[in-house]
Write a protein that binds this ligand. Structure first.
Ligand code: GLA
Length: 384
């Protein structure tokens, strides 16, 4: 992330003056996918890639926003009916609206932003953008009266109300609460969280990006969520206290099998198992048992591929390849339908694995995957 780059464009694009500069990261998730909107656990961490935005109030009611990377400029007002068409600008507009709904007196501003989280790679570039602006507007117009959890919820509500994705809280939470060197286990029902220092001696975490974009996957994502809700509704008939799949066991799911479609049953089975895997991984980590951590990652991949059906040919290929190379753990990361695998690799195997992944993927799909080393970093903040 390069402040100077953003600053020089901001100065050039607007009136030559400077503003305040904010940054928020993307995230990785060690384990716990599609568990957040089921009231379960997730285990993300913020990364050293994210968004940077320079912002300066402009004394009007108009937001003037410049996307440095897309070289696109959009102006919009702050009323509900002023929603811009450009999808990148809708994130900023949505954050403005959600802050206004929470009583922040947002006024017009000039802004330019840029990022280095690859778009559509499952590393939450959109949450990084939302958190940057939520944090900034709270600082510039809200006397920082909105707390950090609510800032994460502002990003989530932006996705729900302005971008058509009924996402959970994980990405925005990780982007706001990230801490250098630590993963965070979040209980998405109680919102209790705990930092786990993560420095696996002798291992590296690396992302291998299939470069299959998952941008058009929002309807499939929303459909997964509906399946989970349908399973809960069926189970509730016998167990009225059940609120989320988090509250269900496999026995309860089996009991209601006749009332749940085959597809919804598979989705629910994956979620119930995945919630337990997060807890198992946390226990294993505390014991320094990386073999178990890795095994659980493979189990997650299998579940995401065969039960939740959010993998794709390229990601399954990368997962098999990791297994064949002897990589400790590997799985599709994030919502799925494209993006990256996250891999826990022994130091001594790293070079062979990466070389193999590049060569064999290229041989099969005619293009090279991208590789990102993971550095676990801090969350949303003001830089200047
Ligand atoms: C996306 C969503 C998150 C979460 C993951 C899957 O990243 O934004 O809320 O559901 O998918 O774990």
């Amino acid at each position: 992330m390069d402040i100077e780059h953003v600053r020089s464009r901001f100065i050039k694009h607007f009136d030559g003056t400077t503003g305040a500069v904010y940054a928020s990261p993307g995230r990785i998730n060690l384990i716990g996918e599609h568990t957040d909107y089921n009231g379960g656990f997730v285990f993300p961490g913020a990364i050293d890639k994210g968004m940077i935005a320079e912002i300066k109030p402009n004394g009007t009611d108009i937001v003037k926003a410049y996307s440095i990377d897309l070289k696109d400029y959009v102006e919009f007002g702050l009323k509900e009916e002023d929603a811009p068409r450009a999808s990148w600008a809708r994130y900023i507009f949505g954050v403005c609206r959600e802050m206004i709904k929470r009583g922040v007196d947002v006024k017009g501003f000039n802004t330019a932003f840029s990022g280095d989280v690859p778009l559509g790679a499952g590393m939450s570039s959109s949450a990084a953008l939302e958190s940057t602006y939520a944090y900034a507007l709270n600082d510039l117009f809200g006397d920082n009266k909105i707390d950090k959890f609510e800032l994460a919820k502002v990003g989530q509500a932006t996705e729900h109300n302005y971008c058509g994705v009924n996402c959970g809280i994980m990405d925005q939470f990780a982007s706001v609460f990230g801490k250098q060197g630590s993963l965070i286990r979040l209980d998405c029902r109680s919102l209790e969280y705990q930092y786990f220092p993560f420095d696996p001696k002798g291992y590296r975490l690396v992302l291998v990006d299939s470069v299959v974009k998952h941008e058009l996957a929002s309807s499939a994502y929303n459909k997964r969520r509906q399946s989970c809700e349908a399973a809960v509704a069926a189970i509730q008939k016998k167990h009225p206290h059940v609120e989320f799949l988090r509250d269900c066991t496999m026995e309860m799911l089996e009991e209601s099998k006749a009332e749940i479609s085959e597809e919804d049953f598979m989705r629910a089975e994956y979620v119930i198992e995945e919630i337990q895997r997060v807890l198992d991984v946390c226990d294993a980590l505390e014991k320094g048992d990386y073999e178990t951590v890795g095994q659980k990652m493979y189990e997650t991949h299998h579940g995401m591929s065969k039960l939740y059906e959010v993998s794709c040919e390229e990601l399954d290929f990368l997962n098999d390849l990791a297994f064949d190379c002897g990589v400790t753990g590997s799985r599709v990361m994030g919502g799925g339908f494209g993006g990256c695998t996250i891999n826990l690799v022994k130091e001594e195997l790293y070079d062979t694995f990466i070389q193999n992944a590049k060569d064999k993927f290229k041989e099969k799909f005619g293009r090279s995957p991208k590789v990102y080393d993971v550095v676990i970093s801090d969350g949303a903040r003001r830089l200047v």
